[in-house]
Design a binder for this molecule. Structure first.
Ligand code: HDE
Length: 684
């Protein structure tokens, strides 16, 4: 990492104080005593028993014995990176007094952790699941954590049900299966019997549940929050992250196979993009609703199972997040990071969303058991970049040494300090919402419509996206063993659309429903919900280039150079490592062999040919071609590669680009790479 980047990033400068490098140093114990020997324990005689007094062995083994901490109860599998955020201008001053959202001069350090929800820490990246998108902003006024997901709504409306939801979705307790997925009886039994989950279930079964990359996901704060300005006026807000690369997904067959071929697919993608200088970017957007508009919508704005359709409440883009630095140490940073939706700064406040209210309790509580006590805020990754002072003391792993005699408020011995700050001095003042009501355990009437927006989502999908949703439900329910659960879910889907419920029922061998339910007659749609309406780019896409001995060096190199110019990453695949020689001289370094690579790892394939390939080579190339084709990904071919494509019988199919003229081939192929998928080839 360049020193330039470190310069000016306050969080990075702070972390520098904690970094250490052992290279070139003498080995010591944790107490600082140099050790003379690190391979053999101290024994009574060469073949005798180990002695208790071997402090070096005891210390080394004891530390090792305690190297693991409990994984997160949810979102255990995650990956993170550092970056920066800045706002474009000061226009949000009308809504919030938070300086990091209103001062375009400020660059705020951030730490972002992406995650899956269901699987354990060692589970595969590409499972069908919701993805976490948690951002810690280290602002000059303290930490603000935007702890969101890649889907804008949630399964339940009240925090009270969270343990039930998670018990249902996690591996079943009697056999601890399945790992990393929701395709099992207890999850679908929960959905069928808690139908507020209908809307979220259709999002999870859609392409959103299998993202191509963390870099190609939207992020959502989900809940309604409040922005509060200098005058104390509040507006309701929903937070959005919009990825510059657009929103894109894998196909299900690819995702499943990737779980074996590269369990680290998403983390590798993020890590490599940052190392390559392809810094991922998202724009922060606000949907804002005035307080007097609170009841103007056909949904309750406090209900976390509802979106605010972007066509009704436009997303105002306010700033940009760039991830530009990988962590130095995954445990110290990613694993020990403690996010909390209750970490807010002045200018941001909560709403009465009952899911959000419950989260405000859960996150500190969970860190206490996961990170071993109440002082997790002192861990380097969690420390704010501004000073913090209060009368909290002691506890496990306390590292701050508080000077002085006084640790209480009010006092006279320390001039009544530390003292609360006034609002003008930045003291947090909760928004003075007037609240009135009877104590009651109930669901608000306005939270009882569970289907209108599930229908809105279904109506907004393209035909291919609808096919994928049908396949998603059919797969997951097909893995359920209990027919009654399957039937209950199909009956629930009937409330959304017969066009969804009937094919799913047929796939399951269940009698298809004939009558629609609650959603019948709802025709509203929201184009913003479809991934087809996002941006499509060739930039940062990975292309596998199959090259054999005797390829056309000058022309193939020209295509590779054109791809690089377009921001694509071509990677050479051949039968053996080393270099591959062209007929006309140049050599290409081979990055992967047929054994170490797989078509799944690439967004597209370029069959560059080679005069001296044998049958075994062409057979392996054909496997790549067939699978790339099956996954509807672009395929290009020149020279002998064209005959491989012809042999595969796909030379005239959509998204298969061949050509003699290298310039026009390059531009047509790059355009195809930017299109990502050719669904009209076949529907998967
Ligand atoms: Fe979480 N959630 N959650 N959650 N959540 C946790 O906190 C919880 C919810 C989200 O990368 C836990 O530190 C409750 C919604 C993310 O470290 C825990 C409820 C959203 C992460 C917890 C919810 C999220 C978590 C587990 C319902 C999207 C990973 C470990 C009331 C807006 C953060 C931890 C990271 C993690 C509780 C619902 C997002 C147990 C009680 C809704 C991204 O505290």
């Amino acid at each position: 990492m360049s020193n330039d980047r470190r310069h000016g990033n306050r969080k990075d400068e702070q972390l520098e104080h904690y970094r250490t490098n052992d290279q070139g140093k003498k080995m010591t114990t944790n107490q600082g005593q140099k050790v003379s020997e690190d391979e053999f324990s101290l024994k009574a005689g060469e073949r005798g028993p180990t002695l208790m007094e071997d402090f070096h062995f005891r210390e080394k083994m004891t530390h090792f014995d305690h190297e693991r901490i409990p994984e997160r109860i949810v979102h255990a599998r995650g990956y993170a990176a550092h970056g920066e955020f800045h706002v474009y201008d000061d226009s949000m001053k009308a809504y919030t007094k938070a300086a990091f959202l209103t001062n375009p001069e400020k660059s705020t350090p951030v730490f972002v952790r992406f995650s899956t929800v269901q699987g354990s820490k060692g589970s595969p990246d590409t499972v069908r699941d919701v993805r976490g998108f948690a951002t810690k902003f280290y602002t000059d006024e303290g930490n603000f954590d935007l702890v969101g997901n890649n889907i804008p709504i949630f399964f339940i409306q009240d925090a009270m049900k969270f343990p039930d939801l998670i018990h249902a979705v996690k591996p079943e307790p009697h056999n601890e299966m399945p790992q990393g997925g929701s395709a099992h009886d207890t999850f679908w039994d929960f959905v069928a019997n808690n139908q507020e989950a209908a809307h979220m279930s259709i999002w999870a079964m859609s392409d959103r549940g299998i993202p191509r990359s963390f870099r190609m996901m939207e992020g959502f704060g989900i809940h309604t929050f409040r922005l509060v300005n200098e005058k104390g006026q509040a507006h309701f807000v929903k937070f959005h992250w919009k990825p510059k690369l657009g929103v894109h997904s894998l196909v299900w067959d690819e995702a499943q196979k990737l779980s074996g071929k590269d369990i680290d697919f998403h983390r590798r993608d993020l890590y490599e993009a940052i190392e390559n200088g392809d810094y991922p970017e998202w724009e922060l957007g606000f949907q804002i609703i005035r307080e007097d508009q609170e009841f103007d919508f056909d949904f309750d704005i406090l209900d976390p199972t509802k979106v605010w359709p972007e066509e009704e409440v436009p997303v105002q883009i306010v700033g940009k997040l760039t991830l530009n630095r990988n962590v130095d140490n995954v445990f110290a940073e990613t694993e020990q990071a403690a996010f909390h939706p209750g970490h807010v700064v002045s200018g941001i406040d909560f709403s009465n969303d009952p899911l959000l209210q419950g989260r405000l309790f859960s996150y500190t509580d969970t860190q206490i058991s996961r990170l071993g006590g109440p002082n997790f805020h002192e861990l380097p990754i969690n420390r704010p970049v501004c000073p913090f002072h209060n009368n909290q003391r002691d506890g496990m792993h306390r590292s701050t040494i508080n000077n002085g005699q006084v640790s209480y408020h009010k006092n006279s011995l320390a001039d009544n300090t530390p003292e609360p700050a006034s609002e003008e001095e930045g003291g947090y003042v909760h928004y003075q919402e007037k609240v009135e009501g009877h104590k009651i355990r109930a669901r608000s009437e306005s939270f009882k419509d569970h289907f209108s927006q599930a229908v809105l989502f279904w109506n907004s999908m393209s035909d291919v996206e609808k096919e994928h949703i049908i396949d998603g439900y059919s797969f997951e329910l097909g893995k359920c063993e209990n027919v009654s659960v399957q039937k209950q879910v199909v009956d629930m889907l009937r409330q959304i659309s017969l066009d969804l419920a009937q094919p799913v029922a047929e796939n399951l061998g269940i009698h298809p429903p004939v009558e629609g339910g609650a959603g019948t007659g709802i025709t509203k749609s929201s184009p913003a919900l479809s991934q087809q309406h996002t941006s499509f780019k060739a930039e940062t896409r990975k292309v596998g280039v199959i090259v054999g001995e005797g390829f056309n060096g000058s022309e193939v190199n020209a295509v590779i150079a054109d791809m690089r110019k377009a921001g694509i990453h071509p990677e050479v695949i051949s039968s053996t490592f080393g270099t591959c020689k062209a007929a006309d001289g140049p050599e290409l370094e081979v990055q992967h062999t047929f054994l170490t690579a797989d078509s799944l790892l690439f967004d597209a394939l370029y069959c560059a040919g080679g005069q001296n390939t044998d049958e075994a080579f062409r057979k392996k190339a054909k496997d790549f071609i067939d699978e790339t084709f099956f996954h509807c990904k672009p395929i290009g071919a020149t020279h002998e590669g064209t005959s491989w494509i012809k042999e595969a019988g796909i030379d005239t199919a959509p998204g298969v680009i061949t050509g003699e003229d290298i310039d026009s081939f390059s531009s047509a192929f790059i355009e195809a790479v930017a299109s990502h998928r050719f669904w009209d080839r076949q529907v998967i």
